[in-house]
Every structure is written in C-alpha cells, then in structure tokens.
Design a protein around this ligand. Structure first.
Ligand code: ADP
Ligand code: MG
Length: 258
C-alpha cells in the first residue's frame, strides 16, 4: 500500500518543490518506488524532475477531471528514478471547472486508489495556497510534510495551515495528520533562525524532523538542469541532507505503522 504525503505550506518560495523533488529522488535512491504528483500549475516539480511540462499529453488536470487514469498520465523519468504525474498551466483552470462537479475534493484520492500497489510513496507537491487543488492533495494523503524557513513570520503562517489540516481531518479525511515540520534553507550562523528553530521544537516536539536542510546553492542550481539536487550533485551538503531526510521518513513511517 502506498503512503501518500503532501508537501504543503500556503506560502510561496518556502522550499516545497525543492523538498518534494529531492525527497522523491532520495527515496528512489534508497530503493523506494515513488510517484511524484505535481499539483501546482507552475509545473516546477514536473520540470525539476526532467519532464517537459509543455510536451505532456496528459497531466494531473486530466486525472482530476477524470479524463485519464494515473496509469495513463504518469510518466517515468529515467534521470530521477521515479514516476511523475505532471502539471502545466492547464491546471489553473481546474479550480473553476471542478467547482460544479461532485466529489470535487476527492478526485485525486479516487485516482490514486487504482495505483495503490504500484508505489511505496506518493508525494504531492502542493501550490502556495489553501485552494481546491491543495484540498485534493490533503483529502488523498495520510500525512503532510511542511517545509519551513526558520523566520519570524513562518510561525504565524503555520497557524492557518494547521487549522486547515485540522478541518480536513475532522470533516473529510480522518487519516490526515502532520507527519512533520522540515526546517529548510537553514543557516545555523543566524541567531534568529536558531531561535525560531528552538521555538518550533518547543511547540511541536517530535513533529519537527531531526534532519535539517541547509541553504545550499547546488539545490538552487539543480532545477536549471532539470533534475533535483540529489541527482545533480549527490555529494553537495544539501543533497546529503535530503538523502538523510529520505531515510528519516522511511524510519518514521515504520514507527507510525500507517
Ligand atoms: P516553493 O515550491 O515553496 O515555492 P521552491 O522549492 O521553489 O519553493 O524554492 C524557492 C526558491 O528557493 C527556489 O529558487 C529554490 O531553488 C530555492 N531553494 C529552496 N531550497 C533551497 C535550499 N535548501 N538552499 C538554497 N536554495 C533553496
Ligand atoms: Mg513550488
């Protein structure tokens, strides 16, 4: 049975896509069968996984509108070692088209059921909003991974996300929980970041992942080569951190017995 995780945070530019593609690649490297679902119309996770979003015949949009199955629409990206259910600009129309349809928040969940045995992990890269697209991700998932930068306003933004997750948990998906908070783009020399990191641990305890992803230019460079940092430069500090994070995820999931 596949474990399904959303990588979500309603803020943009906090490292969701970087975390999603590098965790996917890290998991693939340690032998896990992975599907990455791109739920952001920007298609950055698609491009960052070596898949040209403009050349795709079928995307997550077709899956949400039930015009295609995941088996038909997902592609295997050889360079990264995992499958990608891609997205492009077409997806921005889905929000409006889904409004009048039934089970509009449960489209992804339904589609994933059919490929449950094909993967160990499904990772969903969410858009920077608490929209219907993100809701589709949250309804389908067992848990949420929240990447965050240790900055002052990060904690404030977290409240909205935590409330949304609670609501989805109560009304739509009783399985859903926060798996963990992932500290990303971390610079240990910055006192404020260290302070916010300590506050996070105080508030959220072991919901804060042990692995910390450092700020690392190789991770930022990798997308222009169409691969995650873990593939582009496995020896870079950031890549090593994501491999460690993949191992931590596997261990944490075992403990949780999802
Ligand atoms: P989101 O998906 O939340 O909008 P991204 O993953 O696209 O965020 O990251 C935003 C920017 O920060 C990108 O330019 C990305 O390359 C860069 N970035 C993300 N994580 C790191 C990191 N650990 N070190 C350096 N740059 C990073
Ligand atoms: Mg993104």
């Amino acid at each position: 049975m596949a474990k399904i995780f959303c990588v979500a945070n309603q803020k943009g530019g906090v490292g969701k896509t970087t975390s999603a593609v590098n965790l996917a690649a890290g998991l693939a490297k340690i032998g896990q069968r992975v599907l990455l679902v791109d739920l952001d119309p920007q298609g950055n996770a698609t491009m960052g996984s070596g898949v040209d979003k403009r050349a795709l015949e079928l995307t997550v949009y077709d899956v949400l509108l039930e015009n295609a199955s995941i088996k038909e629409a997902a592609v295997h990206s050889e360079q990264v070692g995992y499958h990608v259910l891609g997205a492009n600009r077409e997806l921005s129309g889905a929000e409006i088209e889904l409004v009048s349809l039934e089970r509009r928040n449960e489209r992804l969940k339904g589609a994933l059921k059919a490929v449950d045995g094909d993967y160990d992990f499904v990772l969903v890269d969410c858009p920077p909003s608490l929209s219907m697209l993100t809701l589709n991700g949250l309804c389908a998932a067992h848990g949420v991974v929240v990447p965050m930068q240790c900055e002052y306003f990060a904690l404030e933004g977290l409240t909205d996300l935590v409330n949304t997750i609670k609501q989805v948990h109560a009304n739509m998906n009783p399985d859903l929980e926060i798996i963990g908070l992932l500290r990303v783009m971390f610079d240990p020399r910055t006192t404020l970041q260290q302070q916010v990191s300590d506050q996070l641990k105080e508030h959220f305890g072991d919901k804060v992942f042990d692995t910390v992803i450092p700020r690392n230019v190789r991770l930022a460079e990798a997308p222009s080569y169409g691969v995650p940092g873990v593939v582009f430069d496995p020896s870079a500090k950031g890549s090593k951190a994501f491999i460690a994070f993949a191992k931590e995820m596997v261990a944490r999931i075992k403990k949780m017995r999802l």
